[in-house]
Ligand binder design. Structure first.
Ligand code: FER
Length: 256
C-alpha cells in the first residue's frame, strides 16, 4: 500500500461554529448539449466578492449520483470552509454539476445504462457548464485556475476529459476511478506534454475497492513514462470516507 497522505480526522467535514461560512446554491443552466435546463450546485467561499476573481474546482459524482451527491458524501462546502478557517486552502469556487448528460438525468432504474451519457458530459462541461460559471461568477478563466476531479464514474470523467483538454485544466484528480477511464495510452498519448502542462495529477483508490485495477493501470503507465502524479492508496473500499479524505487532501494542493 502506498498511502501518500494520512487519513484526516473524521470531523473535517463537520460544520464548525464561529468561523465564516460560504454559500451553496443550486444553479440552473440551459444545456445546448442535452437540450434541457439542467442543475448544478455551486459553492462560493465566505466573503465572495465580484471585485475579486476566484479559481474553480469542477467536482464530479458517481454512477448512482447527481448534482447533490458530493454534498451527501462529504459536504465540500463545510470541508472547504473549515480548511479556509485554518488557512490551509486557497479561496475557490466549487462547482458540482450533473455528469449524466441526457434528458432524464436522474439516477433512476439501471444506472449503468446511462454510461454513454457520462461520456457525452464532456461536451456539456466544456460548452455549457464552464461558460455558464464564467458568465455568472467572478472567476479566473484560464487553465491554471481550473481543476477537475471526481469520484468513480466522475473520476473516470475527470481523467478522460481533463487529460484530453490540458489547455483547459491544469489540476486533475480521479478518486476510485471507474472502468469508464480510458486505457492509459489513450488517456496520456503524449507523456511529455502532460508532464509539461499538468500542475497536479492525483490518483487515489482504496485497497479494498474492486475497481483498484483501473487506477493501478494508470499509475503504472504514468510511472513508466515519467509523468509526475500523486498516488494515494488507503485502506478503504469504494466508499464516501475515501472520497472525503481525498477531497480534503486534494483541495489543499490546488491553485498554489
Ligand atoms: C463498472 C463498475 C462500476 C462501471 C462503472 C462503475 C461503467 C461505476 C461505479 C461508480 O460510479 O460508483 O463496470 O462501468
Amino acid at each position: 500500500m502506498t498511502q501518500a497522505f494520512p487519513d484526516p480526522p473524521a470531523e473535517v467535514d463537520q460544520q464548525r461554529n464561529g468561523i465564516p461560512h460560504g454559500r451553496l446554491e443550486m444553479v440552473e443552466y440551459d444545456s445546448k448539449t442535452v437540450g434541457t435546463r439542467r442543475k448544478m450546485q455551486v459553492y462560493t467561499p465566505p466573503g465572495y466578492s465580484p471585485d475579486e476573481k476566484y479559481p474553480v474546482l469542477y467536482l464530479l459524482h458517481g454512477i448512482g449520483g447527481d448534482e447533490t451527491e458530493w454534498q451527501r458524501f462529504a459536504t465540500p462546502d463545510v470541508l472547504v470552509d473549515n480548511l479556509l478557517a485554518d488557512g490551509k486552502v486557497a479561496p475557490m469556487i466549487v462547482v458540482m454539476p450533473n455528469g449524466r448528460a441526457q434528458p432524464n438525468d436522474r439516477a433512476e432504474g439501471d444506472v449503468f445504462k446511462a454510461a454513454p451519457a457520462f461520456a457525452r458530459f464532456e461536451q456539456d462541461l466544456l460548452e455549457d457548464v464552464i461558460p455558464t460559471i464564467e458568465a455568472r461568477y467572478s472567476v479566473l478563466a484560464d487553465r491554471e485556475h481550473r481543476a477537475l476531479a471526481g469520484l468513480s464514474m466522475g473520476g473516470g470523467q475527470a481523467l478522460n476529459f481533463g487529460l484530453k483538454h490540458l489547455d483547459t485544466f491544469a489540476w486533475i484528480g480521479g478518486f476510485s476511478s471507474a472502468p469508464n477511464t480510458k486505457p492509459p495510452a489513450q488517456l496520456v498519448p503524449d507523456p511529455a506534454a502532460a508532464k509539461a502542462k499538468l500542475k497536479l495529477l492525483w490518483l487515489s483508490c482504496g485497497n479494498q475497492d474492486g475497481l483498484i485495477g483501473v487506477s493501478q493501470r494508470v499509475h503504472a503507465y504514468l510511472k513508466e513514462h515519467d509523468v509526475p502524479h500523486v498516488w494515494n492508496v488507503d485502506s478503504y473500499g469504494h466508499d464516501p470516507v475515501h472520497w472525503r479524505n481525498n477531497l480534503y487532501h486534494f483541495v489543499q494542493h490546488l491553485f498554489r
